[in-house]
Design a protein around this ligand. Structure first.
Ligand SMILES: *[C@@H]1O[C@H](CO)[C@@H](O)[C@H](O)[C@H]1NC(C)=O
Length: 207
């Protein structure tokens, strides 16, 4: 469902993967508390298995390089995130593992409401679970401010939305107007993620 790689990506992606691998060998001790992943099929680690979606990958040859076979990844093997660490999908998160991080990504997800708002809702759910487990708002904010947040999204706004004008009213937008709309909506969504820890500063006592 994703577009073909551009020449620079063919060079940049293997290079990035090689660097990440070297880093893994150098140090296995986590350098951040948690890793939160937002994205589409490129980042999905199995959320689509539990969702009523047409874009399924629960059959071979997906997952042929995993001993257990298909995992819900749109791939034969690891995603780019797996080279950093294996983050469980939101659907499999529980009180024992949420402190490692959560993967909210799912195939066919995009920026617009039509292609998925649930990742923000799911992150809010996780934040409130962490907050109630920690029972200390400032410690929770401090923890969340030290995590890695990976956001990989955009192509489905076109593949599953803009170019499907028989299903959606996307003809209303010019190409430029639509791009501006996507940027605006993504920007608003990033603020929702950010708000959970940026208030640490806002609450600081006046000097
Ligand atoms: C909450 O966490 C902060 C550190 O972020 C700590 O200084 C404070 O003592 C904690 N409060 C309680 C009630 O444990």
């Amino acid at each position: 469902m994703e577009s073909k790689l551009k020449p620079w990506e063919l060079v940049a992606i293997p290079l990035l993967l090689a660097l990440l691998n070297l880093q893994n060998l150098a140090s296995a001790v986590p350098q951040v508390p948690s890793y939160f992943i937002f994205g589409d099929s490129i980042s999905d680690s199995g959320n689509n298995n539990k969702l009523a979606k047409l874009a399924k990958v629960n059959y071979p040859p997906y997952g042929i390089d995993f001993p257990e076979g298909p995992t819900g990844r749109y791939s034969n093997g690891r995603t780019v995130h797996d080279f950093i660490d294996y983050m469980l999908p939101f659907a499999e998160s529980n009180e024992k593992n949420i402190f490692n991080g959560v993967n909210y990504a799912s195939g066919a997800t995009g920026i617009r409401d039509e292609t998925g708002q649930h990742r923000i809702k799911n992150h809010k759910t996780i934040i409130s679970r962490i907050t109630s487990l920690m029972r200390n708002d400032s410690a929770t904010k401090s923890l969340l401010s030290q995590c890695i947040y990976s956001i990989q999204i955009g192509s489905n706004g076109y593949l599953n939305n803009y170019f499907m004008s028989e299903l959606y009213d996307t003809r209303l937008y010019s190409q430029c107007g639509y791009a501006t709309l996507l940027v605006q909506q993504l920007s608003d969504q990033l603020k929702v993620i950010d708000i959970h820890f940026s208030t640490t500063q806002a609450n600081a006592p006046p000097t």
